[in-house]
Design a protein around this ligand. Structure first.
Ligand code: TRP
Ligand code: SF4
Length: 351
């Protein structure tokens, strides 16, 4: 039997290439090796956006379409929407009962989230962004820390423990949440004298985070991202706006690729190794203009995303197929969830 993994993403709408490189690409590989459950965390979206639900449904579908276009395979993975698996909410109640209040209060990821939402944040260590650019980043500051938001790590534990998953592919910012999940699983097992729950491990993806066009963390709300769904024209235009080595004024000024805060970093991600060396040396010798350089970069990125975008258009034009995939994924997830839940209720001693 294959080991199980579970992972989710909040429904932020159409995803950007940072999501693709940092998360989805990894899932696409993992689904071949693991029995996989991938879901849109729409309840988690409500923890901070309870008052901004107008686009929630469409945002959820857009995320799923990006996943499918990127290669998540509904034959291999159960793809579903969190709120359509109500067993998770019931498990959340049981887990909430055994979780000490100070565990959630101490949750560092939650503290970071509140910090981000309140407008004070730092760029994570593995981001390729420049610290100078990061200093100018901006965030929203109107956050209410609700009961639901405090429950974020417990709900996330329910997402994972619902399938008794042994590993959770996440970014380094989510590791503390997986630690709490392990703690909750261990505590449940201790209290009810069982070994039912597995203590899941984070499955880290060590790829660098791609920065936004302005050198800040790439994010929808910062308007510095390139969407998976952007057209070739939009992508090319956005790349032309990427910041470069600011000390260069004329085309034949010698450049400093290491100070080219965005364009050269993108080359390092998307270029072939020989290509990167050529660009570096031409830039240093003043043989390469930034406009030409970025035009070429745009073309390379467009080429990389062309097949994904084509597949995306297919799913956009076949919404029934997307709905069917979600219905099948939900059914599969619920069947597994019901087995775990009845076991849990039995262990606790519920009717
Ligand atoms: N908290 C995760 C994020 O913000 C999303 C998420 C919710 C998740 N539940 C999960 C990830 C369970 C992995 C497993 O990215
Ligand atoms: Fe950056 Fe290319 Fe301009 Fe050099 S030529 S500074 S690598 S955009």
């Amino acid at each position: 039997m294959k080991n199980r993994i579970v992972s989710g993403m909040r429904p932020t709408g159409k995803l950007h290439i940072g999501h693709y490189l940092g998360v989805i690409q990894n899932w696409v590989e993992l689904q071949k090796k693991y029995e996989s459950f991938f879901f849109v965390a729409d309840w988690h979206a409500l923890t901070t956006k309870y008052d901004k639900t107008e686009t929630l449904k469409q945002d959820t579908i857009d995320v799923v379409i990006d996943w499918l276009a990127s290669g998540l395979d509904p034959e291999l993975s159960a793809i579903y929407v969190q709120s359509l698996v109500p067993e998770i909410a019931e498990l959340n109640i049981y887990l909430g009962m055994v979780t000490p209040q100070n565990w959630v209060e101490r949750d560092p990821t939650l503290k970071d989230m509140a910090k981000v939402l309140r407008g004070k944040t730092e760029i994570p260590d593995n981001a390729v962004c420049s610290p100078q650019a990061a200093a100018n980043c901006h965030f929203r500051d109107d956050i209410l820390v609700s009961y639901g938001l405090m429950g974020y790590p417990v709900l996330m534990s329910a997402d994972i423990m619902m399938f008794n998953a042994s590993a959770v592919p996440v970014g380094s910012d989510q590791v503390a949440h997986i630690e709490i999940t392990r703690d909750i699983a261990r505590r449940f097992n201790n209290i009810y004298k069982t070994d039912f729950f597995v203590e899941p491990l984070p499955l880290l993806n060590d790829c660098a985070l791609i920065c936004g066009l302005d050198g800040c963390k790439m994010g929808k709300s910062f308007e510095n991202d390139i969407k998976i769904s952007d057209t070739q024209e939009v992508t090319a235009k956005k790349i032309m706006s990427a910041i470069t080595d600011k000390s260069r004024i004329r085309r034949d000024d010698p450049g400093h690729p290491e100070q080219c805060q965005v364009a050269f970093k993108y080359w390092e991600i998307f270029g072939a190794p020989e290509q990167i060396e050529t660009i570096k040396s031409e830039c240093k010798q003043g043989l390469r203009g930034c406009a030409d350089c970025k035009r070429q970069l745009g073309a390379v990125i467009n080429e990389k995303f062309a097949p994904i975008r084509e597949k995306r258009r297919y799913y956009e034009q076949h919404p029934d197929e997307v709905r069917e995939i979600l219905a099948a994924g939900t059914a599969r997830a619920r069947a597994e969830a019901q087995k775990v839940l009845s076991e849990v209720k039995n262990i606790i001693g519920m009717y």
